[in-house]
Design a protein around this ligand. Structure first.
Ligand code: PA5
Length: 401
């Protein structure tokens, strides 16, 4: 269950009349979700068929009992969603086997060196995820990993140890599947990287981490009930932008939600950050960042608003000194920081889940996906492309040629 408070620490900044000019466009966008070209985003069942879902579970069971390390190679949307959900929901310490390692998110030789040394003597299953199959970083990670895998395993064994998640029809990775007979999953045609966490891209690694993917998807499916809230949130963000708030901070008070804010940054930056029309997303993990960016949010330039994700009930840690649970103190901090920042010209939207579990994280994921798409449509940019990302790839490729 998600609750929204777009009023308490926002009120002075956004008036009812500010929203009027959006009504017509919002209505039109909603009808596109209900019965138009965006209907797909209201029908999550079409993302992954029930047969494919069962296959994800059975392959994840195989992975769990057949390797020490599950190496997930991918960048951007091909990695961020799985990382966010696993970090949010898996225990911090003593995680279940296999160890899940993400690679291919940079060109850092130290990280590659140390990771490849680490996996050299371990039993490894690798899942390379790239919709295009051409992205530089995962291509390099995959090729370096395969050098090691080919030394360790026969061609027959590799068929049980290499998984490729890519476009259903085209690309070099699809060609490799066809040639070598590796296990493969598809990234659905209509789903771009940053929206793909609820497809095999995210679901397989998340299932390997022992997280209940069925509940995650159920939560996401239920989120369409809140499409009006997703639209309202998109409208509020745009009004803030028009009123000079250039930056939105996604702020959390549970440190395990850090990668969720990284996913949010990617989702909104790539979906809306076009034609100089959009907000810059940043993130804070409080109360840590109150002793860092917090100073700026309180007294710096008045260009920021916050969207806080709070959690009502959390693990019980008694604080005898104050005769309360630690999480209650954390939530007092959330509220009082909201007040302090509001007084310091940084308004705050508050989105709260009852508990951090699979269902609630699924709800949040799809709520924010819907909102990011709506937000892009409100500012007349294409939600589904990322032309700016191609630019650096093109320049590097020219240099390499
Ligand atoms: O959201 C997106 O589309 C991007 O972040 C991509 O996921 C990222 O660029 C990786 O692309 P690919 O999966 O084609 O390797």
């Amino acid at each position: 269950m998600i609750n929204f408070d777009f009023h308490k620490y926002v009120s002075n900044y956004i008036k009812k009349e500010d929203k009027v000019e959006y009504l017509e466009k919002a209505r039109e966008i909603k009808s596109r979700f209900i019965d138009g070209d965006l209907k797909y985003w209201n029908k999550l069942d079409t993302f992954v068929s029930s047969q494919e879902f069962k296959r994800i579970i059975s392959v994840s069971d195989y992975i769990k009992s057949n390797c020490d390390v599950f190496l997930v190679i991918g960048i951007g949307g091909s990695y961020m969603g799985a990382k966010a959900v696993i970090e949010a929901l898996a225990p911090m310490y003593n995680r279940k086997k296999p160890e899940i390692i993400f690679l291919g998110t940079n060109l850092c030789s130290e990280e590659y060196y140390e990771t490849l040394e680490y996996i050299k003597d371990k039993d490894v299953i690798v899942d390379v995820i790239s919709k295009s199959g051409t992205t530089l970083e995962p291509s390099i990670a995959f090729s370096l990993t395969m050098d090691i895998m080919k030394e360790k395993y026969s061609d027959e064994e590799l068929k049980q140890r290499v998984i490729i998640t890519t476009d259903p029809e085209k690309g070099t990775l699809r060609e490799l599947v066809n040639k070598e007979g590796y296990v493969s999953f598809t990234v659905p045609e209509q789903v771009g990287g940053r929206f793909s966490v609820l497809t095999p891209v995210g679901l397989l690694p998340i299932a390997v981490a022992g997280i209940d993917v069925l509940q995650l998807v159920q939560g996401a499916k239920s989120s369409f009930e809140r499409v009006d809230r997703a639209i309202e949130y998109a409208v509020i963000r745009d009004i803030f932008f028009k009123k000079g708030k250039d930056v939105e901070s996604f702020t959390v008070y549970n440190s395990k939600m850090y990668y969720f804010t990284e996913w949010l940054k990617q989702l909104f930056a790539e979906t809306q950050g076009k034609q100089k029309k959009a907000l810059l997303p940043i993130s804070c993990v409080n109360t840590r960042d109150l002793h860092s960016l917090g100073q700026f949010l309180q007294e710096g330039h008045d260009i920021i608003f916050e969207t806080v994700i709070g959690i009502d009930k959390d693990k019980k840690v008694a604080l005898d000194k104050y005769d309360m649970e630690l999480n209650s103190l954390n939530n007092i901090a959330l509220d009082k920081v909201g007040l302090a920042h509001f007084n310091g010209f940084t308004p705050t939207n508050i989105i709260t889940i009852d508990e951090k579990n699979e269902f609630a994280i699924g709800e949040l994921i799809h709520f924010f996906i819907l909102s990011a798409i709506v937000g892009a449509l409100l500012i007349d940019v294409n939600p589904f492309d990322q032309p700016g990302v191609q630019e650096y790839k093109k320049l590097i490729n020219e240099e390499l040629e």
